[in-house]
Design a protein around this ligand. Structure first.
Ligand SMILES: Nc1ncnc2c1ncn2[C@@H]1O[C@H](COP(=O)(O)OP(=O)(O)OP(=O)(O)O)[C@@H](O)[C@H]1O
Length: 629
């Protein structure tokens, strides 16, 4: 089953006291709002667009417009009309009256004929764009169409030529950085570096621990050598935390050029909330190489701004895991670029630059020629976790259920929701190690203990969520024999308390999603954090946005690694229960994963895929007819 974000039902029907309910709308939009398909915002935006058009718009076309607004709210960049019927299929309770939703062909006809798409004599406004694609007709809000078009155009221009290369110099630089070729297996990390020497745009994809950051450091070293060590490098990531982690990893890697600074994509572009970025087409970024880490978390808006700001002769290296949860805003650009069906042949790669063996298989050759390398060899976690993660990505629910039930794969287990003994034992071991180290004033050991185990939940609230599980864990920990020693000081913190940072703070260099632990120090309590190999301590009053950390959401755990994780699956029917969520949770662990839920819920999670509709995967053609004169 494939559930597009754009058509997943919001939830059961709405009461009139629900803030998302539209008051006094007795048309189809009002009915779809009452059934929980549309939010008030979808309806109001549509009504406003129709008013601005200045001419009547058929109700069917208005439904299309409202569903397009909704699609963006759900992370898609457009509405795939062919998937509209899935709204009914995804509504087993029968809340949505099927007659309210027009068939895709009817929607297409109404849209092609309406002023929202065609424009009208009343003004230049054409807020919607209708395009055809391999996935059928796509309906865009104009802003997102423009952004997608910009990405398409810039990438096509960049793919039309290759940087000039000195083949011997590339071989020498790659060999100096990677060492001589060993073994008979193709080293895809080396291929990524070879490709970066001969492409303006490279995508380095791969799961956790496949060496993406390791490869970035080596690509930068190779490019730096080739430039005579004069490369200006812009290193960035979508979030402050991801940028800080990238900085720590690159600084610790002797292969990476010294003195590169990682910043957020927004900082790189000089982009403050509510204003235009300082860098754009008229004021390009000054870098020879721009690397974006954790690209899966980058929205389409941010990607379009970035690509608009890079010079045509800047190498762009996009790094990330396309299977992880995507940006909270619209777009899943990394996954789109990895899965893209290319229609034009790129210029050939000069002979001798890239390992010939990777070019001998037709599929690999096409991907590599289009600048995509997918690293597959795990360097961090055990085979069992990697096998389960691969089966989740394939959507093979039976294999996942078999693997988690296989006694020969002890790294990943499935336990029934009532079976709490093992979790309790792990939590108590975690809590006591944390407390012992914190009370002894050993910040390094306390931080080590902090990441030995983590409870991950899909939801924030409710008994299945972070709230319920935190309460339960606090109750378990209060039974520990040394509990009476945990007395909060005047800052309300106590030694051994795990903390989660909930907002970025540049002054303390702590970022949303960082975790730390309160430890005893000579002159009172301090909160210890680790960045790479470095331990830092802060006074508790320096931290404004923190909360106790006993469990965390899977969304927030992105970019973190723990020795073991316990994943609490939400109940069947939860909108959050998806393949991407499960994959992200399972791959947070380095050695042990315990999944709490039933086989049915696990299989449902694997089967349910969030597919954000977008026109970046295959060519599209605008079918908007000319505006009437
Ligand atoms: N070719 C290699 N040889 C030796 N060690 C490697 C190699 N590639 C990666 N590693 C090591 O494997 C570990 C994981 O690598 P890295 O952090 O680069 O992976 P990643 O894909 O960026 O992971 P994540 O997505 O979780 O950040 C690191 O300790 C790294 O030094």
């Amino acid at each position: 089953m494939t559930i597009p974000d754009s058509t997943a039902a919001d939830g059961p029907s709405r009461s009139r006291f629900d803030a998302r309910a539209v008051i006094a709308d007795d048309g189809v939009l009002g009915a779809l709002n009452a059934a929980g398909v549309l939010d008030a915002a979808d309806v109001h935006v549509t009504r406003r667009l129709v008013t601005l058009c200045g001419v009547p718009v058929a109700e069917t076309a208005q439904v299309g417009a409202a569903l397009a607004v909704r699609a963006v709210r759900h992370g898609s960049t457009c509405l795939a009309l062919a998937r509209v019927p899935e709204l009914i299929r995804d509504d087993p309770d029968g809340v949505v009256d099927p007659t309210l939703l027009p068939a895709p062909a009817e929607l297409e006809r109404a849209l092609a004929d309406c002023a929202l798409v065609r424009g009208s004599g009343a003004g230049p406004l054409r807020p919607l764009v209708l395009a055809s694609s391999d996935d059928g007709p796509l309906l865009y809000l104009h802003k997102y169409f423009r952004q997608e078009q910009l990405i398409r155009t810039v990438l096509a221009e960049r793919a039309a030529s290759r940087p000039p290369v000195d083949v011997a110099a590339v071989s020498a630089a790659v060999e100096a950085v990677f060492g001589p070729v060993e073994g008979s297996e193709v080293d895809l990390q080396r291929v990524a570096a070879q490709l970066a020497a001969t492409s303006w745009t490279v995508v380095v994809a791969g799961g956790p621990g496949t060496g993406k950051t390791y490869t970035v450091a080596r690509i930068l070293a190779v490019l730096d050598r080739l430039s005579g060590r004069t490369s200006r490098i812009g290193l960035c990531a979508p979030t402050g935390r991801a940028a800080a982690q990238l900085q720590a990893a690159v600084s610790a890697d002797p292969a990476a050029p010294a003195s590169v600074r990682a910043v957020t994509v927004h900082s790189l572009l000089g982009w403050r909330p509510g204003s235009q970025p300082r860098h754009g087409r008229g004021n390009r970024l000054p870098y020879d190489v721009v690397v974006v880490d954790e690209t899966s978390m980058l929205s389409m808006t941010a990607m379009s701004r970035l690509l608009d700001a890079v010079r045509p002769d800047t190498r762009v290296i996009l790094v990330g895991d396309p299977h992880q949860l995507a940006s909270v805003e619209a777009g899943a650009v990394l996954a789109d670029l990895v899965d893209r069906v290319a229609t034009t042949a790129p210029p050939p790669i000069p002979a001798g630059v890239v390992d010939q063996r990777v070019l001998s298989s037709a599929g690999d050759r096409t991907r590599v020629e289009h600048g995509v390398v997918t690293l597959s060899r795990g360097h961090r976690f055990g085979g069992g976790i990697a096998r389960v993660a691969a089966a989740i990505n394939r959507g093979d629910a039976d294999a996942v259920v078999d693997l988690v039930s296989d006694a020969d794969i002890p790294e990943v287990t499935l336990v029934e929701p009532e079976d709490l003994d093992g979790i309790r034992a792990d939590v108590l071991a975690w809590g006591s190690a944390l407390r012992d180290a914190a009370l002894a004033g050993d910040a390094d050991a306390a931080l080590g203990a902090l990441n030995v185990h983590r409870v991950l939940c899909a939801h924030r609230e409710g008994s299945w969520g972070v709230q319920g599980w935190s309460r339960r864990i606090i109750e378990w920990l209060s039974a520990l024999p040394d509990h009476h020693r945990l007395v909060p000081d005047s800052t309300e913190r106590y030694a051994g308390e795990p903390l989660l940072v909930t907002a970025n703070d540049r002054h303390t260099e702590t970022f949303n999603g960082d975790s730390g632990v309160v430890t005893r120090a000579e002159n009172g309590l301090r909160v210890a954090f680790r960045r790479g190999e470095v331990v830092r301590t802060l006074h508790p009053t320096q931290l404004a946005d923190v909360m106790p950390l006993y469990a965390m959401t899977i969304h927030r755990s992105q970019g973190s690694q723990f020795d073991g994780v316990t994943v609490i699956l939400p109940p069947q029917g939860s909108e959050l229960l998806t393949r991407e969520l499960l994959y992200t949770a399972v791959t947070r662990a380095q050695s042990r994963v315990r999944i709490v839920g039933t086989r049915e819920v696990l299989a449902a999670a694997v089967a349910r895929r969030v597919q954000r509709a977008s026109g970046l995967r295959s060519p599209i053609h605008v079918v908007t007819p000319p505006a009437p004169s």
